[in-house]
Write a protein that binds this ligand. Structure first.
Ligand SMILES: [Fe+2]
Length: 229
């Protein structure tokens, strides 16, 4: 497998490039508009062909490169079926598999951070978007966020994966790049709760400022990062 973890400093976003083999198909997860040229160059350098770009949810902190990548490469653009982005060519559903040559990513609906939040699972790793972060979880106070739904996504789904499953989130603000399910279960402070009620109270008690780019990013991302919404 070809795997690259790419970082956008401005928004602390991780973008993942995945391919099964050299010369084959490639997938990008959570690409950032300003980094489009870098992705296109890297895909070329690795001898790959970009067939799909997927966002784990509508981001509020950066503008997506889905539309730009579609225009550059003709790739498919995908988000979960709940998305309000009507520009995507594919709407993913819980339980289906996204295939890139012989790689099959299982689509997991993991709402809570937003109502259109998904995770993507390979046998040894999971891309958790903003549902599960390293030593944190995605905020639930806007974009139809719901701490109770997030509790179910975390405790009912993601934390039931094998402990040695690698966790690759959409962001990290502390310089961490990867974790595992077991490590997060043991050391993620948001997960040390006795039940749903306590988690909901914890999340509702957070005082957070709005993302700097929210008013720009959310409407732009509903149009796959292209100007007109
Ligand atoms: Fe987010």
């Amino acid at each position: 497998m070809i795997f690259r973890q790419l970082f956008d400093h401005e928004s602390s976003t991780y973008t993942y490039l995945l391919a099964d083999r050299k010369g084959g198909e490639a997938l990008l997860i959570d690409p950032v508009l300003e980094q489009t040229d870098k992705y296109v160059r890297l895909v070329e350098e690795l001898g790959l062909r970009l067939v799909m770009a997927v966002d784990t949810h509508i981001h509020a902190d950066h503008v997506t490169a889905l539309g730009a990548l579609r225009d550059h490469t003709g790739c498919a653009t995908a988000m979960g079926e709940q998305t309000k982005a009507d520009c995507v060519s594919l709407r993913l559903r819980d339980g289906e598999r996204v295939r890139i040559d012989d790689l099959a990513l299982e689509v997991l609906y993991t709402p809570g951070h937003t109502d259109d939040s998904y995770s993507l699972l390979l046998p040894d790793r999971v891309f958790t978007g903003d549902t599960l972060l390293i030593r944190g979880t995605g905020r639930t106070d806007f974009q139809n966020g719901d701490p109770a739904a997030q509790y179910d996504s975390l405790f009912g789904r993601l934390l039931r994966l094998p402990d040695d499953t690698f966790v690759y989130p959409a962001h990290d603000y502390n310089g961490m790049t990867v974790s595992t399910i077991g490590e997060e279960k043991a050391h993620n402070p948001r997960l040390q709760v006795r039940g749903k009620q306590e988690y909901v109270e914890l999340m509702n008690g957070l005082v957070l400022s709005s993302p700097r780019l929210m008013d720009v990013a959310v409407p732009a991302n509903r149009a796959c990062g292209r100007k007109s919404a």
